[in-house]
Write a protein that binds this ligand. Sequence first.
Ligand SMILES: [Zn+2]
Length: 496
Amino acid sequence: MHSGGWGEGGETTGALHTTVTRLTTLPLTALSDDEVLAAIREVERCARLLTSVQHRLLVEASERALPARLGAKSLKNFLMQTLRLAGADAGARVHQAAWVATFHDMAGYPVPPRLPHTAKALAEGEISADHARGIASVVNRVPRGATHQDREAAEQILAEFARSGSPDDIGRIGDRILAYLDPDGRLTTNTDRARMRGITLGRQRPDGMSPIRGEIDPVLRALLDPVLAKYARPGMCNPDDPAGPQVDADRADPAAPADATARDHRTPAQRNHDALKTLLHSGVIADRLGTHRGVPVATILTMKVDDLENASGVATTATGGTVPLRDALALAERSQPWLAVFDHAGMPLHLGRVKRLASPAQRLALIAALKGCSRPGCNAPASLCAVHHVLEYRRNGTTDVTNLTLACDSCHALIHDGPGGWKTKTEGPRSPYAGRTVWIAPQHIDPEGIPRINHRHRAGELLAETLLRIHAREEHARQGHRRWLRTHAPPAPTAA
Ligand SMILES: [Zn+2]
C-alpha cells in the first residue's frame, strides 16, 4: 500500500518529529535578537500550519467513517478517545473543521470551505485557530436576509483583518460589520431590546457586598460611556488617594496628574465602581460634569448624511458604541449630546501655529471624522485618544485639522525616532484615503514597512471596498465565461 509521502513507517511525520525534538534542545544563547524574533515567528507559523494539517486528517478520518468503525459515536468522541482531549477542546476542533476544512461530495469532488478566505489564511500559517473561531462566530450571526456577496465580503474583511490583528478584536470589528449589514437591527428589534433591558441588584450578603448584573440598552450605554471615560480613568476618584482629583464640576477637565495615575492600582472594574459611587455621592448632575480632554462630558454622536436621509443605519458614539439612528435622534433633541453630521469631507478648521493644543472644535471634528485611534489595528475609541500632530509641532507641524489625528495614549507613546518606533504620515491627495493618517510599523513588526491605515472604526468603508473587489472579480469571471462561449460554442445556424 502506497501512502503518498506520509510514509507507511511515518517517514514525513517522523521527520517532523525529529526536527521538533531537535528544536527543544537546540541552544538559543548564540542567536542574535533578530534571529530570536525570526524563530518565534517561524515556530508560530508552523504551529498554525499544523492546525490546517489537523483539519485535513480530521476530514479524512470522518470521510472514511473511522470513528464509527472504531465504535465512537461521533467525531468529537473519536477525538476525545484517540487523543485524550477534553470535551470542549474536541468539540471546538470539530466545529472549526466544519467551517474551514475542505470536505468532499459523494462523487469525491472537493467542496469549498464555508469560510474560504479564513481557510486560505489558516493554510498559509498567517492566522491562528482563535482567529478562525472568532470569524466563524461573526459569520454565524450574519442575518439570514443578507446577500451572498455581503456574507462573503464580511468573511473576507475579517480574514484580512485577522492577518494583522488580534483574535480579541474580531468580535468587535464583526459587530461593526453586522451593524452595517443589518442597519435597522431587524434581527434584534427594539421590542427585543426592551425585553432584555434590566439591572438587578442582588441580595446583600452578610459581608455587606451586593452582586449587580443586567443588560443595558444602547441609549443608556451611550450616556454612561462618556461619564466613565472621564471619572473612571486611572487616577480619578480614587478613594485610596484623597489628594488625587475627585469629581469637580467647576474645574474644566481636572486631568489626573501623572503621579495620581501612577499611584492608582485599582482594576478597571474597581475604577468604574468608584466613579459611579463618587458621582452619586457628589450629587453632580449630567449638565454640570465639566469637560473630558477639553470636550464637554456629553454624548457625542456622529452619523452620515445619507443615513440620516434614509432614516436608517446607526450613529457612532465617541466611546465606540453604536446607537440605532432613531434613538440617536431622540437623544440629540436634548441639549446635552453633541451631534456631528458629516459627509466624510475634511473639516476646514485652520488654527495654524497660533497654539499647540488642539481646540475643542478640532477635537470634535477629529472625533467625528476618525471615531478612534488612527493606528492600524487599534480599537481605542475617540474618548481614550489624545490629539497627535502628524508632523510634530517642534518640526514646524501646524495645529491644523489636516495635520492632526487621534492616537490613544499607548499608541501615541509608540511614535518616536528611536529603535522600534512607529512613524506617521498623511496620505497624499491622490490616495483613495486622502488626508488620513498612515502608520509605518517598525522593522520587527513589519519588515517591509508598508504604510497602513486604520479601518477599524469604519467598517462601512472596508465593506464597500471589499464588495467592489468581489463585484469586479465576478464581472471578470462572467467575461471569461462569455469569451469561452464565443470560442467554444458551436456557431449559431443563422450565422452561415
Ligand atoms: Zn491606539
